[in-house]
Design a protein around this ligand. Structure first.
Ligand code: SF4
Length: 96
């Protein structure tokens, strides 16, 4: 499992699924819709060429890698997008 953080989101990639993925759609999506921070390293998507600060500075949080992996890859990417106050907000409305 590879995990990294952009400014407000957390990306987890189950890289055990990547060697058998023919599309490598996440990397292409990152190049097409963002700044290409995901690069292939030994056939697996990687951000190891960047420091944590560089990832946060260059990442655009576009979510394209996750979408493309679900559509054309092996369903290996999960992105957490925390929304501050959402739990309290939904609890408030459920209590009505
Ligand atoms: S598209 Fe998904 S399964 Fe394919 S290389 Fe990227 S993360 Fe791995």
């Amino acid at each position: 499992m590879m995990e990294f953080e952009e400014r407000t989101i957390k990306i987890a990639i189950d890289t055990s699924k990547c060697p058998e993925c023919e599309s490598k759609a996440c990397v292409e999506a990152c190049k097409l819709y963002s700044r290409g921070i995901l690069q292939l390293k030994d056939g697996i998507p990687s951000v190891s060429h960047l420091s944590p600060d560089e990832i946060k500075r260059q990442g655009t949080e576009c979510l394209a890698c996750e979408f493309q992996c679900w559509q054309n890859g092996q369903y290996a990417i999960r992105i957490e997008v925390p929304v501050k106050g959402l739990v309290d907000y939904t609890a408030k409305w459920r209590g009505r």
